[in-house]
Design a protein around this ligand. Structure first.
Ligand SMILES: *[C@@H]1O[C@H](CO)[C@@H](O)[C@H](O)[C@H]1NC(C)=O
Ligand SMILES: *[C@@H]1O[C@H](CO)[C@@H](O)[C@H](O)[C@H]1NC(C)=O
Ligand SMILES: *[C@@H]1O[C@H](CO)[C@@H](O)[C@H](O)[C@H]1NC(C)=O
Ligand SMILES: *[C@@H]1O[C@H](CO)[C@@H](O)[C@H](O)[C@H]1NC(C)=O
Length: 236
């Protein structure tokens, strides 16, 4: 009977898709950061020794064999969209998640960045990151410099931020020279002007580009400047 129980315990352990301890701790650190202005957010991310499977937490998806986090979404973790408090991006919180393929920071209300805490610090660790959603935050042009080293990115969403393309046009230069694999780029809902277009030309893998709701004059087809313009379309 004892043997049988031992065998069963071994099997249960085998079946458990528990996440890695270092990633569980990493998620709890992210929760502390998000909870600073919003104590009630991510309430199912609990530090409970009996229930260590963070793969089941809201917004977390793990690989079924490696059990490492491959998708992480903090979407909408700002509970009051119109009363953002200053939440500065601290990208080092994402360092433990080395298998991450998708990071969703839509509507978190983030500003960029304290020194050495931008996305640049992730470039040598998160080599599989392909999708980054940063829409509906308060990122200005300085985020572009921070993103230019994430060379594995295929999809980047920067819609509805505070990009102007005028304060540091070099930001776009850095972005396009680093993101050679980029296939989708959403820059809609900013106040970008025509001067960014020459830089975007250089994104040779780009398939989908959304520049709608900006301050562009060159691309004036479409209604009220609402143009979702694929480069292949000859619009640029
Ligand atoms: C950013 O996150 C790292 C890793 O958790 C932490 O060591 C550091 O203190 C954080 N910085 C700030 C300003 O909160
Ligand atoms: C991630 O962000 C996008 C917007 O960029 C949103 O539409 C989508 O539902 C989010 N995905 C997840 C899994 O939360
Ligand atoms: C971007 O925002 C940060 C934080 O609010 C600020 O310190 C910085 O000067 C801004 N940079 C630009 C280029 O506007
Ligand atoms: C939009 O562009 C025009 C000229 O191209 C410029 O005068 C104006 O200041 C820009 N507006 C914003 C909000 O950037």
């Amino acid at each position: 009977m004892w043997v049988r129980m031992l065998v069963m315990l071994a099997l249960v352990n085998e079946w458990c898709h528990c996440c890695l301890e270092e990633e569980r701790i990493g998620l709890l650190e992210i929760k502390v950061w998000i909870n600073d202005p919003n104590p009630n957010i991510l309430s199912d991310w609990v530090d409970n020794k009996k229930d260590t499977d963070c793969c089941k937490w809201h917004g977390v998806k793990c690989d079924s064999t490696t059990k490492r986090v491959v998708e992480l979404s903090l979407e909408d973790t700002k509970n009051d969209y119109w009363r953002y408090e200053d939440l500065y991006l601290n990208a080092s919180l994402f360092l433990p998640f080395i298998e991450l393929r998708s990071l969703n920071l839509t509507r978190v209300g983030l500003f960029c960045c304290f020194k050495n805490q931008g996305f640049e610090i992730l470039s040598s660790k998160l080599r599989k990151l392909e999708t980054l959603n940063l829409d509906f935050n308060q990122f200005n042009d300085s985020i572009l410099l921070s993103l230019g080293q994430l060379s594995s990115l295929k999809s980047l969403n920067l819609a509805d931020n505070w990009l102007t393309g005028s304060t540091s046009i070099n930001g776009f230069e850095v972005l396009v020279s680093g993101l050679r694999k980029l296939e989708e780029l959403d820059l809609s809902g900013n106040t970008l002007s025509d001067n960014i277009l020459s830089f975007l030309h250089e994104l040779s893998s780009l398939k989908i580009l959304d520049l709608s709701y900006n301050n562009l004059t060159t691309i004036s087809s479409g209604i009220n400047g609402k143009v979702a313009s694929p480069i292949s379309n000859g619009l640029l």
